[in-house]
Design a protein around this ligand. Structure first.
Ligand SMILES: NC(=O)c1ccc[n+]([C@@H]2O[C@H](COP(=O)([O-])OP(=O)(O)OC[C@H]3O[C@@H](n4cnc5c(N)ncnc54)[C@H](OP(=O)(O)O)[C@@H]3O)[C@@H](O)[C@H]2O)c1
Length: 324
């Protein structure tokens, strides 16, 4: 497993990390805890040392599972503080005090410390953001205090879906250690402005949703059906699933010696950008952990392949309610 420096911190993180949304069960139509625990153990075994979770991934369930397996291990755990008003995305018209007031930042940090069973959180992230909140000083003081008290080591934000430009000012402000952003073959938008700024200001980049919620897993077909409890029933509703499968079909011309599967191609595309510190595929199955970790051990994509994949960007937002 190759590692990369995490922004301005001294951390060396595995370039494949662990996405912990699915194991929290919420929105993913259930997961088997025993299998999730085996996946986390397998992640340690294959050299993954960066784990991403959030309180809202099952009201602490994902944090608890990680806490169990990662206890005493020399790894980095990133969690997230939800907005107090439970409104996603972060909107400029929302006052900061409704989303991330100082007492909320502190109480959520303490709650996550308990769920994780740790003394200190390596990276705490706001679960959404808008640059309009930059002018407010309360959150800055709250974060600084938590750092001074030794409750958190680093601070970042998770950027609104498909809107990398909503955190450009924050990246330039020097106030964050990292940003978490959607970056995959379909959504390449961070390449334009966010990534160059992160490189300039040494801000770590966590590439989330690397497999487009399964769209780039290579396992969806036009006949795939999702359970009612799986949010992807909505994500891939209407003609979205057919469109996704047809887009993936076009990617198959890239399969060969450089990458033999669609998920390997998708992860290598992400790792091909040097602004990226870590890609965090969601993995509820130990088999996927082994496959994804293996991507880091094999030869990177050639630059010309990456450039050809740039033509496969696809602008859309499947998280929204309407049928696109
Ligand atoms: N707003 C935010 O901050 C936010 C939002 C979304 C996600 N995230 C973070 O980003 C992480 C990754 O995103 P995600 O989990 O939503 O989606 P994802 O990583 O794009 O896709 C996960 C899907 O891919 C499947 N998969 C993984 N590796 C595979 C492989 N080698 N072959 C075939 N299928 C494979 C998983 O299978 P299984 O179903 O078997 O596990 C799962 O269905 C999350 O877990 C979370 O940590 C953050």
């Amino acid at each position: 497993m190759r590692s990369r420096k995490f922004g301005r911190t001294s951390w060396q993180v595995s370039e494949i990390g662990y996405g912990g949304w699915g194991i929290g069960k919420a929105w993913w139509g259930g997961a088997d805890d025993a299998q999730s625990l085996r996946s986390l153990e397998k992640a340690l075994e294959v050299g993954i040392n960066f784990f991403d979770t959030a309180y809202v991934y099952g009201d602490g369930h994902s944090e608890i599972l990680m806490g169990k397996v990662l206890k005493g291990k020399d790894v980095y755990i990133a969690t997230k503080i939800p907005p107090k008003n439970h409104v996603w995305p972060g909107l400029p018209e929302t006052p900061l005090k409704e989303a991330f007031p100082a007492d909320w930042i502190r109480s959520c940090t303490e709650r996550s410390l308990k769920k994780l069973g740790r003394e200190i959180i390596d990276l705490t992230q706001f679960h959404c953001w808008t640059d309009a909140w930059l002018k407010d000083d309360d959150w800055k003081t709250a974060v600084e205090r938590l750092k001074k008290e030794g409750k958190i080591k680093a601070f970042g934000v998770s950027i609104n879906d498909h809107d990398p430009d909503s955190a450009l000012e924050l990246v330039q402000s020097g106030l964050v250690d990292s940003v978490q952003v959607i970056f995959n073959i379909f959504d390449q938008s961070p390449i334009e402005r966010l990534f160059p700024l992160c490189q300039k200001h040494s801000v770590g980049v966590i590439a989330r949703v690397p497999l487009d919620e399964g769209g780039l897993s290579g396992s969806l077909t036009k006949a795939t059906r999702f359970d009612d409890a799986d949010f992807r029933k909505n994500y891939f509703k209407g003609n979205r699933l057919n469109e996704t499968v047809e887009r993936v079909e076009k990617l198959k011309i890239f399969l060969g010696p450089e990458a033999s599967t669609i998920p390997a191609l998708a992860l290598k595309f992400i790792l091909g950008h040097e602004a990226v510190s870590v890609a965090i595929p969601g993995m509820r199955n130990p088999k996927n952990v082994v496959l994804n970790a293996g991507v880091s051990d094999s030869t990177p994509l050639k630059n010309e392949t990456i450039m050809a994949l740039r033509a496969h960007a696809w602008k859309r937002n499947f998280y929204g309610g309407g049928i696109d």
